[in-house]
Design a protein around this ligand. Structure first.
Ligand SMILES: *[C@@H]1O[C@H](CO)[C@@H](O)[C@H](O)[C@H]1NC(C)=O
Ligand SMILES: *[C@@H]1O[C@H](CO)[C@@H](O)[C@H](O)[C@H]1NC(C)=O
Ligand SMILES: *[C@@H]1O[C@H](CO)[C@@H](O)[C@H](O)[C@H]1NC(C)=O
Length: 617
């Protein structure tokens, strides 16, 4: 695959090749992963067939390297296909226009390639040759290689300088059966399987790519271009997404990613920045192997051509049958696999707590910090919650739990790796579904009770707890440490639904079952009154009143000292403010306008963060 002007790619890829694979021992998190209701988190749109008949199509992308192509096809033909029908589609790019004196050798080269593929015997299925009339380059070669003809067709995209292991197909088939056709291991987040050895972390300042020796399979957001199996639904989605963004003149910029730099230099000659941006916006993942000893099921010979100025040689060792020292076809269940983002930071998708016990194990799976944020998303739009999460990422706030009534968007946040509490189920699990109140006050009460129970669990688990609303945005984390250092077990602002409970022996003595019952009783009685008093039906109001009765040490702070209310006409410089908030009645458009003005609107039209921000973990 050689295009006309591809001077930058070789340097970049050669420097990638310099990445060393570290395989350290990795401390493991408690395995109490919450699988409370996986079906509500991971709806399963794929019809499970007892013996699915999927179609497997190999898409070879070739150009002018006959020797490489011949090695590639020989390795594909030497693989074990288990009597399955497997099709071979060859996409041969045309040479770029040149001055007439140079055309003849290029024509000869092209004819040799065509003659070779015509004569190549493929006995496993149909062989189709697609010879271009003009040079389209790598991006179009990849993107146009495939439009899935059904949800049961899988494509394996192979650039011509790859060589595959004879074992690759059996392995891929085992993965397809396990992760696509077995409902208990299915996740709509998985877009494919990469057979190359993972070595590259695209997020700037990301973690080193390290896995323990026990890990055979893991999930990672990055697409691999050296042997990538694509699943039909996500690929079709990507093609449509690309179409729309390309047509509207959008660019696949994603701050904080090395690949965005590639795009800025090479533009439309490469395709991965588009796919990476799409993956970021959907929160999808790729399956990778960790076969140890630098082994992989596909290796790139990195021959001189489009990607390399001169031949760089294989980056990994091909897995050979005779050196197989483990059972390649033994596939672990999905819930035992680890998931990593573009920073190679572990994420925990699908965590939905529906009762106190699950909240307990969710807390155990959080990173080791001493504070947790409970964020109330009731009545908060998707855009606002997604923007808030981008700021958490920027500020490296990882201990948060989102609370909201069950909804598609709440479960989607969980699918993307944000822990959530399904407030309705949570409330029923503690026996509080008996309320007869209706409408808004009922939702408010549920929120109050869920927070009260959740704080109790947090205090017991030695977590200091922040309770905040989705209609607030932290702009700095300084404010947190200041407050945590102060005296007082509880912290409250005068007119904000912001609350802090320190985990101390004195707070643990106050926040007991009896206290929780009092909160329930008070919320119930306030809700029973006429709507005029519903203004006082807030978590902070109820809890502070009862804490005062218990003689708790409460620190009160004037919110104007650290927070700015937007849309109030009194916005000043944000420089010394640590939080912005707004009225829950404010329209999304106005909120966005204000936040934009303060440079705090950090999502794009797909509601995904405009930047990836890595912090070492
Ligand atoms: C699979 O395909 C074969 C051949 O087309 C057909 O005979 C068989 O019924 C199919 N099985 C299923 C489960 O669809
Ligand atoms: C055609 O190719 C030759 C050989 O590389 C080169 O010297 C010449 O400048 C080229 N002519 C044009 C018009 O590009
Ligand atoms: C589906 O996956 C589950 C969990 O890994 C496993 O126990 C079960 O045997 C699998 N079913 C089939 C038909 O392979």
């Amino acid at each position: 695959m050689v295009g006309p002007k591809r001077h930058f790619l070789p340097l970049i890829l050669i420097s990638l090749a310099a990445f060393i694979f570290y395989s350290f021992h990795h401390s493991s998190l408690p395995s109490s992963i919450l699988e409370s209701n996986p079906t509500s988190t991971f709806p399963n749109p794929i019809r499970t067939q007892s013996s699915p008949n999927f179609t497997f199509v190999i898409k070879v992308l070739a150009f002018n390297r006959l020797a490489a192509l011949s090695r590639c096809l020989r390795s594909l033909a030497a693989a074990h296909y288990l009597a399955d029908r497997v099709h071979l589609h060859l996409h041969i790019d045309h040479f770029a226009p040149d001055n007439a004196s140079h055309v003849d050798p290029k024509l000869r080269e092209a004819h040799q390639i065509l003659e070779f593929v015509d004569g190549f015997d493929w006995k496993f299925g149909e062989k189709v040759v697609h010879y271009r009339t003009g040079n389209v380059g790598l991006q179009a070669q990849w993107l146009e290689a495939w439009w899935p003809s059904s949800d049961h067709e899988f494509a394996f995209v192979v650039e011509d300088d790859l060589e595959v292991s004879p074992l690759y197909y059996e392995f891929v088939k085992a993965l397809i059966m396990n992760f696509y056709y077995n409902a208990s291991n299915y996740s709509p987040s998985i877009f494919g399987v990469s057979l190359q050895r993972a070595r590259f972390v695209p997020g700037k300042h990301g973690n080193k790519l390290q896995l323990d020796d026990q890990t055979r399979l893991f999930l990672y957001q990055l697409v691999g271009t050296w042997g990538q199996i694509l699943f039909p639904k996500p690929w079709k989605e990507f093609r449509l997404w690309y179409d729309e963004n390309k047509a509207k003149g959008n660019k696949p910029f994603l701050e904080g990613m090395v690949t965005t730099g590639w795009y800025k230099k090479m533009g439309e000659r490469i395709w991965t920045p588009w796919f990476i941006k799409f993956i970021q916006s959907r929160g999808y993942f790729n399956i990778y192997t960790n076969l140890l000893h630098e082994r992989a099921l596909s290796v790139s010979h990195r021959d001189a051509g489009v990607n390399y100025g001169k031949t760089a040689g294989p980056d990994s060792k091909l897995l050979e049958e005779k050196s197989l020292d483990f059972n390649l076809l033994e596939v672990q269940p999905l819930r035992s696999l680890r998931w990593y983002d573009f920073c190679f930071r572990e994420v925990h998708p699908g965590k939905v707590a529906t009762n106190l016990e699950e909240l307990g194990s969710l807390l155990h799976s959080l990173q080791k910090q001493d504070s947790v944020f409970l964020v109330n998303l009731f009545g908060v739009s998707d855009a606002i919650s997604r923007n808030l999460l981008c700021h958490f990422e920027r500020l490296d706030i990882r201990n948060y739990i989102l609370m909201g009534p069950p909804s598609d968007s709440l479960f989607d946040l969980a699918r993307r790796g944000h822990p959530v509490i399904n407030v309705d189920k949570f409330i029923s699990s503690v026996g509080l579904s008996k309320f007869t109140s209706q409408g808004l006050s009922f939702e408010t009460i549920k929120g109050i009770l869920a927070k009260t129970y959740a704080i109790k669990k947090c205090i017991e688990n030695r977590y200091n707890t922040w309770v905040m609303d989705g209609s607030m945005l932290l702009t700095s984390d300084l404010f947190l440490s200041e407050s945590e250092d102060s005296n007082g077990d509880f912290f409250v602002a005068n007119n904000l639904e912001l609350f802090y409970a320190k985990s101390s022996s004195s707070s643990q003595k106050i926040w007991v079952d009896g206290f929780v019952s009092k909160v329930v009783a008070m919320a119930e009685s306030l809700a029973g009154k006429d709507s005029a008093t519903h203004g006082s039906l807030s978590f902070v109001y109820v809890v502070i009143k009862l804490l005062e009765q218990n003689g708790a040490r409460i620190r009160r702070v004037d919110e104007n000292s650290f927070a700015t209310k937007i849309g109030s006409g009194s916005e000043t410089s944000l420089r010394d403010k640590k939080l912005v908030y707004w009225s829950s009645e404010m329209e999304l458009n106005s909120i966005q306008k204000w936040l934009d003005e303060f440079n705090l609107w950090s999502i794009d039209s797909d509601l995904s963060c405009t930047a990836v921000v890595c912090h070492k973990s």
